[in-house]
Design a binder for this molecule. Structure first.
Ligand code: ZN
Length: 93
């Protein structure tokens, strides 16, 4: 069974396979496609990044009073890497 998660930006529920796992590390929103990092996690559709930035969804999701940096995440999304390495398939676009 695939666990259901909510995207922090659009709030819609989806299987975790369609969402990117994020962890906040030292004020930096860090992508965690292998889901092996510890700490408070959050889930995001890659397409919802802009929405999340506009809505300040990251600070809310990680309960951070400070603005979190999303530079790492942006870089990751731009690079077009798979968001879910454990179920990586050749369907990747
Ligand atoms: Zn979303």
């Amino acid at each position: 069974m695939v666990p259901m998660r909510s995207c922090i930006a659009c709030r819609s529920r989806e299987s975790s396979e369609g969402l990117l796992h994020l962890v906040a590390i030292e004020g930096q929103v860090t992508p965690d496609p292998k889901r092996e990092l510890h700490g408070r996690g959050a889930w995001l559709h890659p397409r919802c990044f802009e929405l999340a930035a506009q809505r300040r969804s990251f600070s809310r999701a990680f309960k951070s009073k400070e603005e979190l940096s999303t530079a790492d995440l942006e870089e990751f999304l731009k690079s077009g890497q798979t968001i879910n390495s454990s179920t990586y398939t050749k369907e990747q676009k």
